[in-house]
Design a binder for this molecule. Structure first.
Ligand code: TMP
Length: 206
């Protein structure tokens, strides 16, 4: 596998989807072969699992079931889409990946970062991203953006502020644990600055 696997992480409302779109355009203009994808989802079966996980009707979902469903959707997406793209030397820009499971299910749900890592390691043959861009936005600012924007509200958006604070704390732990691949960008700056900062990091990675 010789492509480059870059993931984007952040709390709700971090703006990562807009940042990815802009980065995709810059890199394509520079002649790079890019694949943009997302989790949970990115491919038919994984998108079906996404619908189950994020449905506002599934309020009784057990935390372990939630972690396993994210891992199942990741296994399908990884083996069907990411591995072939890496083999074709593409640059992959993936909106969320394993670190979301470690921060949300491992830390915020209290299942344990190591425990959630283990089920995900099985799902993805222990392949971690080459680089992870963490768009750093406080839970308060992020949630305000989500509820003021047009985007669809899902089951996890409706968790308490306490939960989202734990997610943020989880990301801080991961930034410490995975210093060699984690790059933080201040997501509370104007969007043009966030895009420029992200682009600079990606250029050094490439
Ligand atoms: P999105 O809003 O960025 O599309 O992500 C969907 C939601 O799923 C978001 O609340 C984060 C959450 N999530 C997890 O809890 N664990 C995971 O492994 C992933 C990929 C997402």
């Amino acid at each position: 596998m010789s492509g480059v696997f870059i993931t984007f992480e952040g709390p709700e409302g971090s703006g990562k989807t807009s940042v990815i779109k802009a980065i995709e355009e810059f890199l394509r203009a520079d002649g790079y072969d890019i694949l943009v994808t997302r989790e949970p989802g990115g491919i038919r079966i994984a998108e079906q699992i996404r619908d189950i996980i994020l449905s506002k009707e599934n309020t009784e979902m057990d935390g372990r079931a939630e972690a396993l469903l994210f891992a199942a959707s990741r296994a399908q997406h990884f083996h069907q889409k990411i591995v072939p793209a890496l083999a074709e030397d593409k640059i992959i820009l993936c909106d969320r990946f394993i670190d979301s499971s470690l921060a949300y299910q491992g830390h915020a749900r209290g299942l344990g970062i190591d425990e959630v890592y283990d089920i995900n390691a099985f799902a993805i043959d222990q392949k971690l991203p080459d680089a992870t861009i963490f768009i750093d936005v406080s839970p308060e600012v992020g949630l305000k953006r989500v509820f003021n924007n047009q985007r669809k509200i899902d089951r996890l958006d409706l968790e308490t502020l306490e939960f989202h604070k734990k997610v943020y704390e989880g990301y801080q732990l991961l930034a410490e644990k995975y210093q060699e691949r984690f790059y933080a960008v201040n997501g509370e700056n104007p969007i043009e600055t966030v895009i420029e900062d992200t682009l600079q990091i990606i250029k050094t990675v490439l």
